[in-house]
Design a protein around this ligand. Structure first.
Ligand code: FNR
Length: 184
């Protein structure tokens, strides 16, 4: 059966270019995996004072994460780091202590921004966090994607110039998920 991949977009913008990229990436390998977009924009701000009475939104979010064979992070960069909504989701999913949803789930990191560095610094910060969360994360190929006219076309497909690179990238991610399958 097809692997179940959770897609977490690090932006809460309705017009997010990373959401557009993520949807187009899923289409590239739609025949090889099932993709569920796990929304983080609605999550309340994590506060450890609520650990004894975890908000239902966090319980539901963690259950979605836990059910996945792999997690694909598609994130913008905010001030050279991980956007606050994504950090909040990572923190919420990691607590209460000892009850993290993340451990052992294979992951990959990719993202787009209009600038030349193309989210590279946010991705490196995110990788640092994923080490601690014990998520085996694909190291190569990296995915520093500069947002340009035509990267995603009017129909929501990856444009011709990037199609081969990104199809290979997604296929390698799916192979990574299979090879690093979490013991269940
Ligand atoms: C940005 N942007 C940005 N871009 C970048 O390449 N490096 C950065 O450090 C930042 N910093 C930053 C901070 C904040 C608070 C905002 C709102 C934006 C620009 C960013 O790449 C651009 O807004 C993208 O469109 C964001 O991606 P989404 O939200 O459209 O997916």
């Amino acid at each position: 059966s097809k692997p179940s991949i959770g897609v977490i977009v690090g932006s809460n913008s309705r017009a997010s270019i990373n959401l557009q990229l993520a949807k187009a990436l899923a289409k590239l390998v739609a025949d090889k995996a099932d993709f569920e977009f796990i929304d983080i924009g609605h999550l309340p701000l994590y506060n450890r004072d609520d650990d004894a009475n975890t908000p239902q939104a966090f319980v539901d979010f963690k259950n979605k994460v836990r059910a996945k064979n792999g997690i694909l992070f598609v994130t913008p960069e905010h001030n050279r780091s991980v956007p606050a909504p994504l950090k909040n989701a990572l923190d919420a999913g990691s607590r209460p202590y000892g009850q993290s949803a993340w451990g052992g789930i294979p992951a990959a990191v990719i993202g787009t921004s209009p600038g030349g560095p193309a989210t590279s610094m946010a991705q490196q910060h995110l990788r640092n966090i994923l080490v601690f969360l014990d998520m085996p994360t694909m190291q190569q190929p990296e995915g520093f994607i500069q947002w340009k006219e035509g990267l995603v076309d009017a129909d929501g497909n990856i444009g011709a110039a990037s199609q081969q690179f990104l199809t290979t990238w997604m296929e390698k991610f799916l192979a990574w998920v299979e090879r690093n399958a979490k013991a269940r």
